[in-house]
Every structure is written in C-alpha cells, then in structure tokens.
Write a protein that binds this ligand. Sequence first.
Ligand code: FES
Length: 130
Amino acid sequence: MLKLFADAAKVLPYNFNIMPKVKIYPHEEICPDGAIIEVNDDETICEAALRNNIRIEHACEMSCACTTCHVIVRKGFESLEEASETEEDLLDKAWGLEQTSRLSCQAKLNSEDLEIELPKYNINQVSENH
Ligand code: FES
C-alpha cells in the first residue's frame, strides 16, 4: 500500500506537501532582516508570522476589531480570498492604507506564495505620537 502512494506521488502533477510561503520585507523594528516563512493550512498571515517570532502587533487578539495587524501585499494579492466588509471598514482607518492592504489576522493563503510589507507605523503608534 505504501508503495502505491509513493508511486502515485511521483506521477501526480502537484506536490501536496508544499506549503505556501510569505516573504516579509525588512521592517526596522519587527523584522530587520526580512524573512521567508511557511504557512500551515488554515493559518492566517498573522498566525504564521507570530509562530515564526515575527511580532506583528495584534491588539484585538486577531478578532478583526482593530487595524494593528495591517500589512501591504506586494505580490500575490489576487490569490487571497476577498476581504469581508468588516475588514474593509477597518482597513479604511489603517495608517498607510494602499489598494493591496489587508489585515494579516484575516488573510489566509491559498496555494500561492505572497510578498508583504509591514507598514512603518500602525494606528496605535500614530495616536501615541500625536
Ligand atoms: S489583530 Fe486586530 S484586526 Fe487583526
């Protein structure tokens, strides 16, 4: 039986064990050297980053009620499922909003890799400094 699976794996067009990756561009405080992380099934970008000790802020504990986990998707944005209305409404309040902004605690990868940038500030830092 195991041989059958091993043979099937050789001829299947896809390797189902390959996990999508997120390339995180360097951010002075959170990820100075940048990083490439793998994302498990059903894991959000934020969860994968935290699991890899990249401390994306997540003030509402990933319940889609703040914007501190805002990221800008630089590559692969179209591969993500659409943002919910709640996420879209929150994103309007995010510092440095762009067309390809997402809340990382809500965005889950499909099979495609992503490249993301962490904004220089989040809404908490902006309000603390003003
Ligand atoms: S952590 Fe609050 S919306 Fe993502």
